[in-house]
Design a protein around this ligand. Structure first.
Ligand SMILES: *Cc1c(COP(=O)(O)O)cnc(C)c1O
Length: 360
């Protein structure tokens, strides 16, 4: 068996320890004589798994009691509709468009009401986060929407926008659990877990209780109401049971690693190795404004498409995989999520130096 360093943006690298544990429990979970995949989601054993996962996540993120944690399906993309369907009582919402995902959310929002684009960084290919201190927030806005870490472009909000008292809704898919956050600053935080937590198929929504309402937009399907999932502790129907089990293992792993403070330190250290090199390199260049750089997704280019292709190909031969940039932007992108070991980043930079010498 040989594992590569996997720089994929998602689905992405998971802690090896977690995968090994899951492998060991594949045929017989904890003396039940069956795999978690084969287990009723109403069984005692599974109840402990899902409740344990929620408890550990609450502890890791310090989630207050008046927030609900929901394990849902449909990907982060389904939240683009679920949020307006559940929150748009005035039928107005403000969106800050900092990349493809925020743009999709804004477009989806406009199906259900007046979705205002109050700021954007599209003028410079989403390479920065706009100044959000004094935005034209609408009087009537039911919420202000952001995508906190832009997976494709590699930017991250270092400071949350001033929403002038309006509810903040944030897509944290690609920075979930990468550093501590103050949950009380948000109305909703949500993310697909396949970026920084677990296997595809699970979406975690952390929502302030007073935003969970009966009166969704007319025609909202039962499955798209936060209330039905909150009232049933994410067991209204069959949840993505195996995925939640793996997420639970990752939460335990994070706790063992020292929690989110320690994770932040670890992530900063990793990102610094790569950014420091990009800043001194004569061949490679980062594509993002320095102060808005993401700790998780690091896009870079050589400036020559042909050379980019050569780099990605030769890196793969060295066991450094999935470094090709998103199809919409080209170049390269190294996603260095929680589970990427520091050695992976060191090895990448070593290879970049070598590549630079040979191709400068
Ligand atoms: C990947 C991603 C999405 C889309 O996730 P799906 O689960 O595929 O719907 C949305 N937002 C961000 C920030 C992402 O990185």
């Amino acid at each position: 068996m040989s594992r590569v360093y996997n720089f994929s943006a998602g689905p992405a690298v998971l802690p090896e320890e977690v995968l090994k544990e899951a492998a060991n429990e594949m045929l017989d979970y904890n003396g039940t004589g069956m795999s978690v995949m084969e287990m009723s989601h109403r069984s005692k054993a599974y109840e402990e798994i899902i409740q344990g996962a929620q408890k550990d996540l609450r502890e890791l993120m310090n989630i207050p009691d008046h927030y609900k944690v929901l394990f849902l399906q449909g990907g982060a993309s389904q939240q683009f509709a679920m949020i307006p369907m559940n929150l748009m009582k005035n039928k107005v919402a403000d969106y800050i468009v900092t990349g493809q995902w925020a743009k999709k959310a804004w477009q989806e929002g406009s199906i259900y009401g007046k979705a205002n684009k109050i700021a954007s960084s599209e003028d410079k290919t989403f390479s920065y986060i706009p100044n959000c201190e004094d935005l034209p927030i609408s009087e009537e806005a039911d919420y202000v929407y952001i995508c906190e870490n832009n997976t494709i472009y590699g930017t991250k909000y270092k400071k949350l926008p001033n929403t002038k008292g309006k509810i903040l809704v944030s897509d944290v898919s690609s920075c979930f659990l990468s550093e501590p956050v103050d949950v009380t600053k948000y109305g909703i935080l949500f993310g697909g877990v396949q970026k920084n937590i677990g296997p595809a198929g699970v979406v975690i929504v952390i929502i302030r209780e007073d935003l969970i309402r009966e009166d969704c937009l007319p025609g909202t399907p039962t499955m798209l109401k936060y209330k039905i999932h909150a009232d049933n502790d994410s067991l209204y129907n069959t949840p993505p049971a195996y995925g939640i089990y793996i997420c639970g293992k990752v939460f335990k792993w994070l706790k063992k690693m020292g929690g989110l403070e320690a994770m932040k330190e670890h992530n900063e250290k990793k990102a610094k190795i790569l950014y420091d090199f990009l800043d001194e390199s004569k061949l490679f260049q980062g594509t993002v404004v320095k102060e808005d750089r993401s700790l998780m997704n690091v896009p870079f280019i050589t400036g020559k498409e042909e050379l980019d292709g050569k780099f990605v190909k030769e890196a793969k031969e060295k066991g450094l995989e999935n470094l090709k940039g998103h199809r919409s932007v080209g170049g390269m992108r190294a996603s260095i999520y929680n589970a990427m070991p520091i050695q992976g980043v060191e090895k990448l930079v070593e290879f970049m130096k070598d590549f630079e010498e040979k191709n400068a």
